[in-house]
Design a protein. Structure first.
Length: 104
């Protein structure tokens, strides 16, 4: 398995972090403290990060020629909290396993 491009890794970390900030900080501030401006600003930033992530998924698909399942998995991981982090961890684990010589 080819490693992810640098732009994809950066976009995945950025998108995952913005989703967590939105869900764990901005939305509770909106509902508990009445600070709607924090939520709307964080939502805008998260939307831009998501678009950058989709762009990076497309770029990684074109560079590494991944299968048809790849964009679906990547976008699904963007919708789940900690999903992009799990995707990066999974790819790193698979790459490390492929680099090791076979056990006898």
């Amino acid at each position: 398995m080819m490693p992810f491009t640098r732009s994809f890794r950066f976009a995945a970390l950025l998108e995952g972090s913005s989703l967590l900030f939105l869900m764990l900080v901005a939305v509770p501030l909106k509902h508990l403290m009445g600070m709607a401006s924090v939520s709307s600003t964080a939502g805008l930033v998260h939307g831009v990060c998501f678009l950058a992530y989709v762009w990076a998924v497309t770029d990684d698909l074109l560079v590494n020629h991944r299968g048809n399942w790849w964009p679906l998995l990547a976008v699904f991981c963007a919708l789940v909290p900690f999903g992009t982090f799990a995707l990066l961890w999974w790819q790193r684990a698979v790459s490390a396993r492929l680099r090791q010589p076979p056990q006898r």
